[in-house]
Design a protein around this ligand. Structure first.
Ligand code: FAD
Length: 375
């Protein structure tokens, strides 16, 4: 697996074996935009059908929302994993796709996509990143999730001074909150889930929400109020009006209630969870049909309005779409069959099971893995 990012000193497209420029683009079967969980699984399904792919992601690592927003939060609806957290799921997906040797270009944004004219009219695409790496591929798969997701920031004066020091919009490392006085703001699933998840580690936990009705699951809300009853944490109805501290380190926050009274709460860390804004960014300019910042696809091939450009995972929309990881896995399997027809127009597409096909097992290095296990 090849990973190209700031750490391995990839500073210009020419560093990648002299390719990646407009005159000498990186030529590959498929470029996948987005290395979230659904994006990653594309490499597996494409690989089974002998298609090579390069990934582009703005983040510095794979996993998309799972790695960025909830690496340590358990997921309960991944088939055959009764419980797996966001980071472990990402790691298992990376392990699963390793036999196909995908190449990862991190810390780059897919910035432009244009059609390259071909003699026979078959699709060929040029994709360019924001640092100027140029790819040429017959197939593009957009798995950009919610686009470049940005946290919605609360309108608290001076909050910027504390950001990334004592105000965080996501939880990267759970342990970082051990023994801290933590205040969480919000009434959605992220706010409630993290309140319950972190409470035991903290010195004190306070949840602040502007009203007593919540968007989060009722079960989480009930669990939170049970903890308040036990005296394990505190709930305050109101809005954060002021932050107090020095050099980016909070010492307390002031909450204003509906009746305009105020409460000051000691606080080392503030976690505002006000949701995320979907910023589709440059993908909106790729010339694809869009529906409310999502990419409409058919449910047979998961192809967009442009032949050879597919959309898999949270970024797509079709009747009945569920934004679940397992939906993206299914979509990747069907997308790959149509992608195969573009890459190998003269080849016959067979349907095979990995359990019984020796050729699929060769691609997956199954014998090598068995030997390694018995050694
Ligand atoms: C708190 C929380 C809990 C959740 N729990 C569950 C659950 O229990 N079960 C479940 O099935 N789902 C759950 N989800 C939803 C699940 O995480 C998403 O369905 C899943 O992440 C979608 O995967 P994806 O690969 O389509 O997109 P994402 O995970 O959003 O990844 C998209 C990637 O594309 C990259 N990207 C975007 N635009 C560009 C660009 N122009 N250039 C380069 N890179 C780009 C982003 O940086 C990102 O890494 C949860 C989500 C949240 C926020």
């Amino acid at each position: 697996m090849t990973v190209i990012n700031a750490e391995n000193q990839f500073t210009s497209p020419e560093d990648y074996n002299g390719t990646g420029t407009i005159d000498n683009p990186i030529k590959t079967d498929v470029v996948v935009v987005g290395a979230g969980p659904c994006g990653l699984f594309n490499a597996f399904e494409l690989g089974l059908l002998d298609m090579k792919c390069h990934f582009i992601d703005i983040l510095d690592r794979p996993g998309g929302q799972c790695a960025e927003l909830y690496p340590e939060k358990p997921i309960y609806d991944i088939p055959a994993y009764p419980e797996i957290n966001g980071q472990d799921l990402t790691d298992r997906l990376m392990e699963q796709i390793a036999p196909f040797d995908p190449v990862f270009h991190f810390q780059q944004m897919a910035a432009a996509c244009e059609k390259i004219p071909t003699e026979d009219g078959t699709p060929l695409w040029r994709l360019t990143t924001d640092i100027g790496t140029v790819f040429e591929a017959k197939v593009i798969v957009i798995s950009a999730g919610g686009g470049s997701f940005m946290p919605k920031k609360p309108p608290i004066p001076g909050i910027e001074e504390y950001e990334d020091k004592s105000v965080f919009y996501s939880v990267r490392k759970r342990d970082a909150f051990t023994g801290k006085k933590v205040v969480i703001v919000g009434g959605g699933d992220s706010a409630l889930d993290w309140t319950l998840n972190l409470q035991e580690l903290t010195d004190s936990m306070t949840l602040i929400h502007r009203r007593d009705s919540f968007r989060a699951h009722l079960d989480s809300v009930n669990k939170m109020f049970a903890k308040v009853e036990e005296g394990a944490m505190r709930f305050e109805m109101g809005q954060v009006k002021e932050l107090k501290g020095e050099n980016g380190q909070l010492s307390s926050i002031v909450v204003q209630h509906k009746d305009k009274t105020e409460t000051e709460i000691e606080c080392d860390v503030l976690l505002p969870f006000f949701g995320l804004t979907m910023k589709l960014g440059p993908i909106a300019e790729f010339g694809l049909n869009l529906d409310q910042n999502l990419i409409p696809v058919d449910t047979e091939k998961f192809e967009t309005s442009e032949p050879g450009i597919f959309a898999v995972g949270d970024i797509n929309t079709y009747p009945g779409k569920l934004k679940l990881i397992l939906s993206g896995f299914h979509e990747a399997a069907l997308m790959s069959r149509q992608a195969f027809r573009y890459i190998y127009p003269d080849a016959k597409l067979k349907f095979e099971y990995t359990t019984s096909s020796s050729s699929l097992q060769d691609k997956l290095d199954v014998d090598d893995k068995k030997e390694a296990k018995t050694a």
